[in-house]
Design a protein around this ligand. Structure first.
Ligand SMILES: Cc1cc2nc3c(=O)[nH]c(=O)nc-3n(C[C@H](O)[C@H](O)[C@H](O)COP(=O)(O)OP(=O)(O)OC[C@H]3O[C@@H](n4cnc5c(N)ncnc54)[C@H](O)[C@@H]3O)c2cc1C
Length: 380
């Protein structure tokens, strides 16, 4: 640690993990530390907002939370593209400057590997804001035929999101008055929609059956033949489609791959402390291989563990709390109803989930989940 000046903490990525981590550090340490938060984007967007944009429930403008509203004591937020990371030296190079850290936290999330699935880049996806915006214009033109929501690899962000997408698509087509003329299918590499919670999975399967949505578990789309409008699954099965809504295979961003920090697409960490194999270098959120789901609520939990660990270290008092692997996810069931599942990965010998039936009342909880972060991070 550089003892001559304030400890320098550099946090890469201002998503769920980076925003929560720097907020906690600021709350606890204020100006006594020197925190630099770097992101290439000029705004944050909640993952679930992509579904709202896609189905025309919110405008793209309404879901953008500008980083210019992020102001925390002791934290310098910079708009830069990170071009290389040297984890041994804790040195980060950007398009505008080099940053050296006493403590480095990689919170750069997961990106999409379109090339891993031949033909995928010729289709629609709903996991980026740009893809969701494109679909907002494509969906009104779909009046009949076969729609499929298809996942091209696991792990992927927010395991319930593809299930939410088919249920929201059903409602959308009902509203358009064309549901009878359309078929909906969901292809998922998991054996069930939410594996840690059999009750949640059962409820989703009932909802699919009630709406005549075909569910294909345990399979991923291996390639897309755009000339024939056919998706080829990993067992060779061909599924014809008129509307393809894809979830690309995920991996850490290229700059993390090039840093040598990743193995098999993800950064190995101690799942309870988020330490990487490099001294004073941590990874939180979707990019870290903790065994917990790739979801914002889990990125926050990991950020909490790193924040408490760093605060203890900097104050030279006590020790941090461990990452608990606990998270609450809200699930759109359609018809304006929201279900909830609380998942616990680390308390027992196997992950468990507690399911709460969908209701209109739970929508208020989901809205509070979003608005509490909006006001905590951005004061909005
Ligand atoms: C459709 C959908 C629905 C979802 N629903 C939910 C939900 O209901 N609840 C939930 O908890 N989660 C949900 N998620 C998942 C959630 O959005 C992610 O898990 C969460 O954002 C991960 O946080 P993170 O901090 O790891 O990464 P991110 O939030 O992705 O942040 C990473 C940041 O790194 C920046 N970055 C990347 N590369 C560079 C670079 N080279 N230079 C500079 N900056 C860079 C990016 O701009 C980004 O801001 C959903 C996701 C999707 C796609």
């Amino acid at each position: 640690m550089n003892t001559a000046s304030k400890p320098r903490i550099v946090v890469l990525g201002a998503g769920f993990g980076g925003l929560e981590l720097t907020t906690l550090l600021s709350e606890a340490m204020g100006d006594s530390i020197d925190v630099t938060l770097i992101d290439q984007s000029d705004c944050f967007v909640f993952g679930f907002s992509k579904l709202d944009v896609m189905f025309g429930l919110k405008t793209p403008q309404a879901v953008r939370l500008p980083y210019k509203n992020y102001a925390k004591a002791g934290v310098r937020m910079l708009k830069r593209t990170i071009t290389s990371i040297d984890p041994e030296r804790r040195r980060v190079t950007t398009n505008d400057g080099v940053f050296d850290a006493d403590h480095l936290v990689v919170a750069l999330g997961a990106e999409y590997d379109f090339d891993a699935t031949p033909g995928l880049s010729g289709t629609n996806e709903f996991y980026t804001v740009a893809g969701a915006e494109r679909l907002r214009d494509v969906l009104p033109t779909f009046r009949k035929g076969k729609a499929m929501v298809a996942v091209c690899g696991a792990p992927y962000k927010c395991p319930p999101a593809p299930s939410e997408c088919v249920l929201m698509l059903h409602d959308y087509l009902v509203r358009l008055g064309v549901r009878e003329a359309c078929e909906i299918a969901l292809v998922l590499p998991l054996g069930s929609p939410v594996p840690p919670s059999p009750d949640t999975s059962r409820a989703l399967l009932v909802a699919f059956a009630e709406r005549d949505i075909k569910f294909v578990p345990g399979r991923r789309v291996a390639s897309v033949d755009n000339a024939r409008n056919v998706a080829v699954l990993d067992d060779g099965t061909e599924m014809p489609f008129d509307l393809f809504l894809g979830v690309p295979k995920h991996q850490v961003p290229p700059v993390v791959l090039e840093s040598g920090m990743a193995e098999n697409g993800w950064i190995p960490v101690n799942p309870r402390t988020l330490e990487t194999r490099y001294e004073n270098v941590y990874a939180v959120g979707d990019g870290a291989n903790t065994g917990t789901p790739k979801a914002g609520v889990f990125a926050e939990g990991a950020a909490r563990a790193v924040a408490t660990g760093l605060i203890a270290k900097l104050r030279q008092s006590g020790s941090g709390s461990l990452y608990d692997g606990f998270g609450t996810c809200y699930i759109e069931f359609g018809g304006g109803r929201i279900g909830k599942v609380e998942v616990d990965f680390f308390s027992g010998p196997a992950p468990t989930g507690t399911y709460y039936e969908p209701s209109v009342a739970l929508r208020a909880d989901k809205e509070t989940f979003g608005s509490s972060r909006r006001s905590r991070w951005f004061g909005l």
